[in-house]
Design a protein around this ligand. Structure first.
Ligand code: SAM
Length: 275
């Protein structure tokens, strides 16, 4: 690594509570030459509160690639740069990933600072399994694409962390219930803020309430607790229901599923028709 080059610092910002700013974050922001950030107005407010005077440069999801070239040329000249997104960790459902990729391609040292992120803050208080988990972030906003994504998560056996916007949460909860069936879910709202709330519930219960949500939300969802056989059976049952919905006769549906999944016809008949 070239010693004359500067460093790219990835600096987390508060997800609500300003006291989450650490001394190391303040020292780093004071020490760098420039602060690249997702929204200069937002970051400027934070810098004013911390009494830090630095030049901020806008770098958001729509110009990250172009700005990465500018950032690299500054760092090659020996300048140290901090990158901050609006809340939490850069590069976690926020810009930053492209900057890091370009920095690494150019042999530039990247120093990540630790600090607040909504995902892990929600997970550790979710009362769900924390030993293994998947951070999934936002599901797609288009309904058909979201259903496909949830379908792909169906057999995942560990806890799943999702980000969601308040205006879409009820649709997402309904989709999750429709595809995954009933599961435990914890909704973490307004983390680290005055109205912080944890709703420990199930998909069945929460979808029946059709509540209104305000503020920022993380969904922490129980993984698939069914055995492999039970999961396979529930998938076959879904396919069976789909065929029936498409006017295939019960008998024909059973025959084709028994061929596709190599399962005894009478067993399926007993499961689905005589249940
Ligand atoms: N980079 C951020 C991080 O490290 O958590 C995530 C940014 S992403 C654009 C914004 C989403 O994060 C929100 O829609 C919400 O799902 C979640 N989020 C951010 N702050 C939150 C908070 N205080 N409470 C609950 N969820 C929050």
């Amino acid at each position: 690594m070239n010693q004359n080059k500067g460093i790219l610092y990835l600096v987390p910002s508060p997800i609500g509570n300003l006291n989450d700013i650490s001394k190391r974050i303040i020292d780093t922001l004071n020490s760098v030459d420039y602060i690249f950030c997702e929204d200069t107005r937002n970051t400027q407010k934070l810098l004013n509160l911390l009494n830090i005077k630095k030049t901020t440069i806008s770098c958001h999801e729509h110009n990250e690639k172009e700005m990465s070239f500018k950032l690299i040329s500054f760092i090659n000249e020996g300048k140290n740069i901090a990158y901050m997104s609006d809340a939490g960790y850069p590069a976690i459902s926020d810009p930053g990933e492209i900057l890091v990729k370009e920095a690494s391609k150019n042999n530039i040292k990247v120093v990540p600072l630790s600090g607040p992120t909504a995902s892990l803050t929600a997970l550790i208080a979710s009362s769900l399994d924390t030993s293994h988990f998947l951070f999934y972030g936002f599901l797609k906003s288009k309904h058909s694409e979201r259903l496909k994504e949830i379908e792909n998560l169906k057999t995942f056996p560990h806890t799943i962390i999702l980000y969601e916007a308040p205006h879409r949460i009820n649709d997402t909860l309904k989709d999750l219930y429709e595809v995954l069936g009933d599961r435990k879910i914890t909704i973490a709202r307004e983390l680290s803020k005055i109205h912080e709330e944890f709703i420990y519930t199930s998909l069945k219960e929460i979808t029946s309430l059709n509540k209104e949500y305000k503020g920022e939300l993380v969904l922490v969802l129980e993984g698939n607790s069914l055995s492999k056989e039970e999961t396979d059976l529930s998938i076959i049952k879904d396919k069976y229901n789909e065929l029936i919905k498409n006017n295939v006769s019960k008998k024909d549906a059973i025959i084709s599923l028994s061929i596709i999944y190599k399962i005894n016809k009478n067993f399926l008949k007993k499961m689905f028709i005589n249940e």
